[in-house]
Design a protein around this ligand. Structure first.
Ligand code: FES
Length: 244
């Protein structure tokens, strides 16, 4: 037995109208797999938009209140004393239909395969390989991108998270590799972007995850500054990523 004490990370507001808050409580190496526990509070009438948990299996444990959790094939009303098991990649949305806040704990266990893959790619090579037949796309003015911020851009059909940190500008696919929500809605600090939903952090230069529960890198795109303008190199083929 090992006792792991919660060390709460920063409280994050989900970027939706009726804003849930999320706070990572525990990130622990469970010996062969990583575990993350996040506390989420959904206010009355609030919701978590549809998302999945990437390669992680997940447990959702309501502590207080009443929660509606829906997938493509099922909708359940759950209360304290019930545990919901979510398969890897299963997409769900959570709503609080009541007049009281609901508190839940979400526990994620990264799959062994993906954890191994992440270790193999820890140098970030796969995510940061330059694009062979890239096209440079204009992505706004440098003086309009504030330090430690990120913005979403649609560049020729590519969703791009353009972020500035430490004076450098970085471009990544605007999708968290854990649960397919926009990274540009997250917080930028110390050369990293933190996903608002479960708190995964990604190195802005390499796209490699530096904090759980994500284990797979996010594709990054080369950036250059041209006469005060920002340009991002995108794959020539529509829909392709920096992986080619
Ligand atoms: S969606 Fe889970 S950390 Fe980003």
């Amino acid at each position: 037995m090992r006792v792991v004490r919660a060390e709460t990370g920063p409280l994050r507001l989900a970027p939706v109208q009726t804003r849930p808050t999320a706070q990572v409580l525990i990130e622990a190496d469970a010996g062969g797999g990583q575990l993350t526990a996040t506390q989420v509070v959904i206010p009355p009438g609030g919701r978590m938009p549809e998302h999945d948990h990437g390669d992680s299996a997940a447990l959702v444990v309501p502590l207080a209140g009443e929660l509606v959790i829906a997938s493509a094939s099922q909708q359940e009303k759950v209360t304290a004393g019930v545990v919901v098991l979510l398969d890897r990649g299963e997409r769900v949305r959570l709503t609080n239909p009541t007049g009281e806040p609901i508190t839940l704990i979400a526990v994620f266990a990264a799959g062994g395969e993906s954890a191994n893959r992440s270790r193999e790619m820890s140098g970030g090579r796969e995510a940061s390989d330059p694009v062979g037949d890239s096209q440079w796309a204009p992505a706004g003015r440098l003086d309009q991108l504030e330090e430690d911020t990120a913005v979403h851009l649609d560049l020729a059909g590519h969703p791009v998270c353009l972020a500035r940190s430490g004076g450098s500008v970085h471009a990544l696919l605007d999708e968290c590799s854990h649960g397919q929500v926009a990274l540009s809605d997250g917080d930028v600090e110390n050369g990293q972007v933190e996903c608002w939903l479960h708190g995964s952090r990604f190195d802005l230069t390499t796209g490699v995850p530096t904090g759980l529960p994500a284990t797979r890198p996010v594709p990054v795109y080369p950036v250059r500054i041209n006469g005060g303008g920002i340009e991002v190199a995108l794959p020539a083929r529509p829909g392709a990523t920096a992986h080619g």
